[in-house]
Design a protein around this ligand. Structure first.
Ligand SMILES: [Zn+2]
Length: 264
């Protein structure tokens, strides 16, 4: 057995029996890993207080050849983004980020960008101030919606499922004015004539209207860093429509109900 070490964020935890835990992490060097933490709930020195969401920890784990589960050996705290667990709105938002990371990331598919995306968003949210001198206060909901669209757009890019918004999925016509509708089934935009062609399979594939400016917004999010969130001024209703579209796209694409999007 090899002892490996990396940094990671917990994205899933399940009690296995009295004291053991099954844990999934998004790590910096090994992508998503799932490990068994023997006696985790009793072993204070190795694990206590270091298995919460929104904590950046260094983990040491044994990799057994031929086994899908690794064995967690020890956890050390690097940075605790504890403000994410203090505010109920931010905490609920955190559960969305975690659920999406768990569903969209594959085991051992190492993509450092996903780890850095999670770390940067956590860090930024941890230091979030919605009231700044000389400017009107911004509702927390508006701010979180911008983070959500930023996070999801970038996660889609890094997992290779960012939708094709630039050309019709049927005939490749360019979506010059961003006027095309969207085919959930094909994961891309579709021109009017393909959508209306009754001999075309697309007629029967659920076609959604894209929210106004959605393409521009999500392209901007994947081309910018997190500072775009405080610079961008967009109405909350518009952000909410984009969030609903992304939820529908993700549900369709993954074939899963997204529980964290259903509210309390
Ligand atoms: Zn077309």
């Amino acid at each position: 057995m090899k002892l490996l070490s990396t940094n990671g964020f917990i994205i899933y935890a399940k009690k296995m029996n009295e004291a053991d835990l099954l844990l999934s992490y998004i790590t910096e060097d090994y992508g998503k890993i799932t490990c068994f933490a023997n006696n985790a709930r009793k072993s204070k020195k190795r694990f206590l207080g270091k298995l919460e969401p929104a904590m950046l920890t260094n983990i040491k784990f044994y990799e057994k050849p031929g086994m899908t589960l690794d064995i967690l050996y020890e956890v050390d705290m690097i940075e605790d983004y504890k403000n994410l667990r203090k505010d109920i709105d931010i905490y609920l938002f955190l559960t969305k980020l975690i659920e999406l990371s768990r569903i969209l990331c594959q085991e051992r598919d190492n993509n450092k960008n996903i780890f850095y995306l999670i770390r940067d968003v956590f860090k930024s949210l941890d230091g979030l101030e919605t009231v700044s001198a000389g400017r009107p206060p911004v509702s927390i909901n508006t701010v979180l919606l911008k983070y959500e669209i930023y996070f999801i757009s970038n996660l889609l890019k890094f997992t290779g499922i960012f939708p094709n918004f630039s050309n019709c999925v049927g005939c490749s016509e360019k979506n010059l004015q961003n006027r095309f509708d969207f085919s959930l089934k094909k994961g891309g935009v579709i021109c009017k004539s393909c959508a209306e062609d009754k001999y075309n399979e697309f007629k029967y594939a659920g076609i959604n209207k894209l929210p106004v400016n959605f393409i521009n917004l999500s392209n901007l999010m994947v081309e910018s860093d997190l500072s775009i969130i405080s610079k961008l001024i967009v109405k909350e209703e518009m952000l909410a429509e984009c969030s609903i579209f992304l939820r529908d796209f993700l549900s369709f694409h993954t074939g899963k109900r997204l529980k964290s999007f259903e509210g309390i």
